[in-house]
Ligand binder design. Structure first.
Ligand code: MRU
Length: 359
């Protein structure tokens, strides 16, 4: 790994980078926590497959990978402008369709489409260079947004808090630093003592494998619990608040996130605990009026029936593997973004996040 990328890895655990030789390099998150393996991809199709297979996952991270996948594909499209455009439309559609729920994927592809429109007049070479520059900008901006979310959100976390989180909305799920875990990192960096409870997050175990791995690596106190333990801990008074990330937030404040998030939000309401969602504005889909219209991914049954090679479910038994759920805004105390907080989430508090540069 080049020195500047190593620095980013050390500082913010950035799970991917752009290699100027024409490669997208990503940490294979399927192998964590036991193996740290970086994989190189040289075509759009390979990156799309890596997104589908969860080599990289988490809404902002797949947005960054998507922007890089488009820039990568543009390198090998024909030099003739009409053919280039035709190929560009094809790769954009391929990338945008890699996974359906996280809107960051479509957001990043949309931004690359606009870059093409603004630069193609200067020729195909100029457009290629601009797409690469824009992919890097999306990635670096995301790290900056996460740091800002961390600063804004740190204020919500009391000193000594015991924070429950679900899935992995950390550095590994973003350009680096993290959203929900960014809030926790921000609180820790501001001198607060924080203890984290990480839901293991069946079936893909992003909490047990990834959240635990990155927090332990960063020296932040973390305890993994089976998903069905959260209610009992709240009942015992051992949780002070919940912080999660999101894959798509509708205009009215409904929040799509990893399956099980809704359950945690209901539990938090029952126990009168604040339930916070941390996400960059690229996760807010202003074109989606409410959570009912958010496309929800269903993933392969094997993720439920097996852990690695071990079979857990009898052969032939039916399985549902719904990857995300929608938490209605009524259950969300506040949404934390890089420019401020929507509290309580509503069409007007969310719109305000886009009308202002810093709240
Ligand atoms: O299926 P995944 O691992 O991509 O799901 C990830 C999540 O649900 C995260 O909580 C969400 O993307 C926020 S990441 C900052």
């Amino acid at each position: 790994m080049p020195e500047d990328k190593q620095k980013l890895w050390r500082e913010v655990l950035s799970p991917l980078y752009w290699d100027e030789a024409g490669k997208v390099v990503m940490l294979d998150q399927r192998l964590l926590p036991t193996r740290e393996v970086w994989q190189s991809y040289t075509t759009t199709e390979e990156v799309v497959e890596a997104i589908r297979e969860m080599v990289i996952r988490g809404a902002p991270a797949i947005g960054c990978a998507a922007a890089m996948a488009v820039a990568l594909g543009a390198r090998s499209l024909p030099d003739e402008p009409a053919a280039f455009r035709e190929g560009f439309v094809r790769i954009c559609a391929l990338v945008a369709g890699a996974r359906p729920t996280a809107v960051n994927l479509k957001w990043a592809v949309g931004r690359q489409r606009r870059v093409l429109e603004q630069t193609i007049g200067g020729g195909v070479a100029a457009a290629r260079a601009a797409l690469e520059e824009s992919a890097l900008a999306i990635w670096h901006e995301d790290i900056g947004f996460c740091r800002a979310i961390g600063k804004v959100g740190a204020e919500l976390i009391p000193d000594g808090a015991r924070v429950l989180t679900h899935c992995n909305a950390g550095a590994l799920a973003t350009g680096g630093y993290g959203t929900a875990l960014g809030v926790i990192r921000g609180a820790v960096e501001s001198g607060k003592r924080v203890r984290v409870y990480a839901d293991e997050t069946r079936p893909f175990l992003q909490g047990a494998r990834l959240t635990a791995w990155e927090l332990a690596r960063s020296g932040i106190d973390v305890t993994v619990i089976p998903d069905n333990t959260a209610g009992a801990l709240m009942q015992r008074g051992e949780i002070d608040c919940v912080v999660v990330g999101s894959d798509r937030i509708a205009r009215n404040g409904d929040v799509a996130n990893k399956i099980g998030t809704y359950t945690v939000a209901v539990l938090a309401r029952q126990h009168k605990l604040p339930f916070y969602v941390a996400a960059p504005r690229s996760t807010i889909d202003l074109a989606m009026p409410d959570g009912k219209g958010i496309p929800i991914e269903e993933r392969p049954a094997r993720e439920v029936t097996h852990v690695g090679e071990t079979q857990l479910v009898p052969e032939g038994v039916k399985v549902r593997n719904i990857a995300f759920d929608v938490t209605p805004r009524e259950l969300v105390t506040a949404i934390v973004t890089e420019v401020g907080i929507a509290r309580p989430p509503s069409e007007s508090t969310i719109q305000r996040l886009f009308d202002t540069t810093l709240v």
